[in-house]
Design a protein around this ligand. Sequence first.
Ligand SMILES: [Zn+2]
Ligand SMILES: [Zn+2]
Length: 297
Amino acid sequence: MKVKFWGVRGSIPTPGKDTVRYGGNTACIELDAEDGTIVIFESGTGIRMVGQKLAGMSPVEVHLFLSHTHWDHIHGFPFFIPAYIPKNVINIYGPPHFDKSLREIMAQQMVYSYFPVNADELQARINYFDLKEETVSIAGLKVRSKLVNHPVTCFAYRVTEGSKSVVYTGDNEPYYNFMASAAMDEAETAEIAMIVQEQNDRNVEFVRDCDLLIADAQYKHSEYPSKIGWGHSSNLQVVDMSIKANVKHLVMFHHEPTRTDAQIDEIVEETRKYCEETGHTGLKITAAAEGEEIVIV
Ligand SMILES: [Zn+2]
Ligand SMILES: [Zn+2]
C-alpha cells in the first residue's frame, strides 16, 4: 500500500508563508492498494489536487471514506473533477446523521445558494453507503469502521491488505467523563471511569499492531486542558495510544490551523523526546506534510 497526503490541516485551509512546508489544505489522504484499488479518506480541499491527477485516467473508480461530514472533511468535494466525468464511479462511505442519509448531507452543500452546480448534475455514477461499525470488502482490501469520540457521529477506519494495516482515526478525542463536574457519588464516578476506560481500550485494540497510524493530534499536550470536549486529541494522547497498541509509525495529522511550520517541528520534537524519556524508542513519529508519500512494505 502507498499513502499520499494531499491535505493535512484541520478546520479551515491555511495558505501562507508560515504553512508552506506542512501545507494548508484541509484533510485528504490517498491510499493506493497493491491491486490498484484507489481509496481516499476525506474530501477536504486537498481532494481537488487528487481530482486533477485522476482526471486524465477516466474511466476510474474511487472509494471515498469520510470519517464524518464536518465542513473541513467535505468542502473540497464540489471541486473533485472525476465526479463530473461520465463513466467514472465514485463510491462514498460514511456515517449518516439521525435524520439524514449520507447522500442528503453531501447534497446539501451542492445547492445553488452555495455552489453553481447541483449534486444531481454530477455526471459520474455516485454511490453512497451509510456505514455503521462494520467491515467493507473492496477487491483485496478490508476496511473496518469504528465509532470514535467527536461532537458528531465519526468513524476511524482500519484498512488491511494482506498482512499490512493502516489506521486513520478521523477527528477523535479520547473518551472522558464529561459528567465529571456534576454531583456524583463515589460509586457512580467509579462506574463511569470504568466505561471510559473500556471505550479507550477498544480504541487501542482497533489500532493494535498497525504499520501506520494517521492520528488526529490537533493539540499540544499543554493546550489540551483548555480544549476538552472540542473533539480532538493531543500529541501525547496519540503517542500513548500508539505505544500501548505497538504501532510502528505514528503520523500526526489534522494540524491546528493557527500552527506554523516551525511550531509543528517543535511538536514533533516534543513528542519524540517524550518517547525517548519513557523508553519507547521503537516508535517512528512524524507529522503529516502535504505531498508526502509513505510506502508500506
Ligand atoms: Zn476536522
Ligand atoms: Zn470534525
